[in-house]
Write a protein that binds this ligand. Structure first.
Ligand code: PEP
Ligand code: MN
Length: 351
């Protein structure tokens, strides 16, 4: 993929309301985020889960975005989901476009948008698809790149999950990290607002994004969050936005000082040793698992015994608790260990 750099600052900040609601609202917020943000965002057409929710002002709001561009030093961006949206945005002089999570999932739409952008040299952000599939996300970049769009960037907005969680969308940080490995030069912007679903979690998520070296942030900002027509709980005020940006700790990816480097190596050596021990222990555990399998086989016992599994779970969690270790983490690790123990036994019994 050929990527042309258009982001020259870190963290690059895109801020503005979830939706454009009125001309006054847009101009007021834009003036308040000017100086903090690099790009002003506002949804003109809103993809809503249910009908009869506020679906955006539509085309009329493009003129207000144009005014924001003229009245401030901010660039402006909005979401496009169809070729018609692209055409209208280009006519209105919108500087940058983004493809939303519900559109990235559909290659027909992405292709349609790509074709409408043929020959146009403006930056395009692609939000991750709703479910955690790197292929679809990559596919969208390839489709855009194939028609000649080189100013590309990803937006990590989290993933839908069936599991109960404090987040609206599960961050699954491993996915942006995998994307970074696939396309080295592609900037990745984190959207803590859609990951969080509530304003109070945004700062923490933004910090994590910086800690894993993402390039920027997209933060939904509203002058009166409680009255917002969409995503009211997750929008912050322009003052809070400033505050979040000031509090961000930006860490170096490369350590300047040699002494620190040695120290880090030392820590890593310890970690390497522990990990080796863990693997050796798993191997010894597996030897016993094999003996158990033979024993169960001879005595015609079932492999999986629910009472034993509950006992494993509760004693391991109890041990973890005594040590002050995260019980949920220990539970997850033992669920995996147990899963592979069952698999090993099944293989032996089928021999
Ligand atoms: C948005 O940015 O307002 C939006 C609709 O986001 P997403 O596509 O991530 O749901
Ligand atoms: Mn939103």
């Amino acid at each position: 993929m050929e990527i042309k750099k258009f982001i020259n600052k870190k963290p690059y900040l895109i801020a503005g309301p979830c939706s454009a609601e009125s001309r006054e609202q847009l101009l007021a917020i834009a003036k308040l985020v000017e100086g903090t943000a690099d790009v002003f965002r506002a949804g003109v057409w809103k993809p809503r889960t249910k009908p009869n929710s506020f679906e955006g002002i539509g085309t009329e709001a493009l003129a207000w975005m144009k005014e924001v561009k003229q009245e401030t030093n901010l660039k402006v961006t909005t979401e496009v989901a169809t070729a018609k949206h692209v055409e209208l945005c280009l006519e209105a002089g919108i500087d940058m476009l983004w493809i939303g999570a519900r559109t990235t999932v559909n290659p027909f739409y992405v292709q349609e948008i790509a074709e409408a952008l043929k020959g146009v040299d403006i930056p395009v952000f692609v939000k991750n698809p709703i479910h955690p599939e790197l292929g679809l996300w990559m596919g969208a970049f390839e489709r855009l790149n194939n028609v000649g769009i080189k100013q590309l960037a990803a937006i990590h907005r989290g993933f839908y999950s069936y599991e109960k969680s404090v987040f609206r969308n599960d961050p699954k940080w491993e996915l942006p990290i995998k994307l970074r490995k696939e396309v080295r030069d592609l900037p990745i912007i984190c959207d803590p607002s859609h990951i969080a679903g509530k304003a109070t979690l945004i700062e923490d998520i933004a910090q994590t994004a910086m800690d894993i070296n993402l390039d920027g942030l997209m933060i939904e900002t509203h002058n009166n969050p409680h009255l917002a027509l969409s995503d009211a709980e997750q929008q912050v005020t322009p003052e809070k936005l400033k505050n979040i940006m000031q509090n961000l700790v930006l860490r170096d990816t490369k350590l300047r000082d040699e002494q620190f480097k040695d120290q880090l190596l030392n820590f890593r050596n310890h970690i390497d040793k522990f990990d080796k021990n863990i693997i050796e222990l798993l191997n010894s555990r597996k030897d016993i698992v094999k003996q158990i399998a033979d024993f169960k086989n001879e005595n015609k016992l079932t492999i999986f015994q629910i009472e034993r599994w509950f006992e494993i779970l509760s004693t391991r969690k109890e041990n973890a608790k005594l040590l002050g270790l995260d019980e949920e983490m220990v539970e997850e690790i033992f669920a995996l260990i147990h899963k592979y123990s069952i698999l090993t036994q099944t293989k032996i019994m089928r021999k």
